[in-house]
Design a protein around this ligand. Structure first.
Ligand SMILES: Cc1ncc(COP(=O)(O)O)c(C=O)c1O
Length: 383
């Protein structure tokens, strides 16, 4: 009998946490009414929403009224960027961001540019870490309305120097927005930010729930037409069963996070070391130490990325290419490009609470042969 498939793409969507499934089923029974109404069923829905907000805010160490639920991490990122810029338009129209932001942030930046604003992209090192001197210079420039920094790279896992970057923003009087989609529920996010976003399906919540946190005193204005729900920060009725499930999962994963990191991080070390040793012409990218505990990316020279993903899929391994684009648009990743590393044959492996050592060992045993076969098919010999 063949091995069961191994799912290695938690950074796109982690499998639903069992607690999330239970909470969602209960909330579908009990929390389907519109929490904005005044009758009994609506009051029950409101209680569930309030409890989910309080639990989520507690994990994030923020006030419940600073937190709004959005329809995704992407919409939260859009609102964070555009709302942060709108709120400070009297100060200036410049957005400072790292070169390795998620496409959600970069697309919001493009919208800002199309509307006449400006932006400064701050470079990163070869390991994917922000250039702090360049960042400090950029945020201290004239007319900076907002600075945006991803907490840890979704493509290569490098954790960013957030505390130092926040210090530079504070010195310049510029609010900092942090896209913490890959960190929340896995590693602590340092203080010092004004706006934060996250995404529930990265931590084992259901898809379609994002978090937008705006700290008290931050000048942020909704970029949307008026709507009073979710403190006026995101329009439309909230997806209550999914939000309840997301909050339940977050409590669980936050409590388990350091034990999970201790289990997964050595597996990532093993992948990094073994891939480097057993696959010729490979580059393992991202910071080997200052990194997310569950994510590793490597690139294989002379291999087509899409062919490699399909070959791995046929052998029962679900991986992503370290690209922020969807798999249908396998353009060279802007993150790998900004780091100046190889982007051929790129594979991102991201582990989760169900990932096992045996799955990782099976991948490591099969990968050299899969890469060699693809190179042979493409006529690359003699490596
Ligand atoms: C860093 C980062 N920001 C934002 C997002 C977007 O989140 P969502 O998938 O919930 O729209 C993702 C998901 O890929 C991400 O990794």
């Amino acid at each position: 009998m063949s091995e069961p498939p191994a799912y290695f793409d938690a950074a796109s969507a982690a499998p639903l946490h069992p607690v999330a499934r239970q909470a969602m089923l209960a909330a579908l029974e009990d929390g389907w009414a519109d929490p904005g109404k005044l009758y009994t069923q609506a009051r029950r829905a409101r209680q569930l929403l309030d409890a989910a907000r309080a639990a989520t805010a507690e994990v994030l160490r923020v006030r419940p009224d600073e937190l709004s639920f959005t329809p995704s991490g992407t919409t939260a990122a859009h609102a964070a960027v555009l709302g942060g810029l709108t709120g400070r338009r009297r100060v200036g129209a410049t957005l400072v961001h790292s070169a390795i932001e998620h496409s959600a942030v970069l697309h919001a930046a493009e919208r800002h540019l199309a509307g006449g604003g400006s932006s400064t992209s701050v470079p990163v090192s070869r390991s994917g870490r922000l250039d702090l001197d360049a960042w400090s210079g950029a945020v201290a420039g004239p007319g900076v309305a907002l600075a945006a920094l991803i907490s840890a790279s979704h493509e290569v896992g490098t954790v960013q120097p957030l505390a130092e970057a926040a210090g530079a923003c504070a010195a310049a009087g510029v609010p900092l927005y942090v896209d913490a989609a890959q960190s929340v529920g896995r590693i602590p996010v340092p203080e010092g930010w004004s706006v934060l976003s996250a995404s529930a399906h990265k931590w084992g919540g259901p898809p379609g729930v994002g978090l937008l946190v705006v700290r008290k005193g931050t000048r942020w204005e909704s970029p949307y037409p008026a709507d009073e729900r979710e403190a006026g920060r995101t329009p439309g009725v909230p997806n209550l069963p999914a939000i309840v499930a997301a909050a339940a999962a977050l409590r669980m994963v936050a409590a388990e996070a350091s034990a999970e990191a201790e289990r997964l991080s050595p597996l990532v070390d093993r992948i990094r070391a073994t891939v480097s040793a057993t696959v010729p012409d490979v580059e393992v990218v991202g910071d080997p130490v200052d990194r997310l505990p569950h994510l590793v990316t490597f690139s294989c020279l002379y291999v087509d990325g899409e062919a490699l993903l399909h070959a791995l899929d046929r052998r029962g391994f679900a991986v992503s290419s370290g690209s922020s684009c969807t798999s249908s648009t396998l353009r060279p990743s802007h993150v790998l490009e900004a780091m100046g590393v190889l982007s051929h044959g790129n594979v991102r492996i991201s582990l989760h609470r169900d990932s096992t050592e045996a799955e990782v060992d099976r991948l490591l045993a099969e990968l050299p042969g899969i890469v060699a076969d693809l190179r042979a098919e493409a006529g690359v010999v003699g490596l």
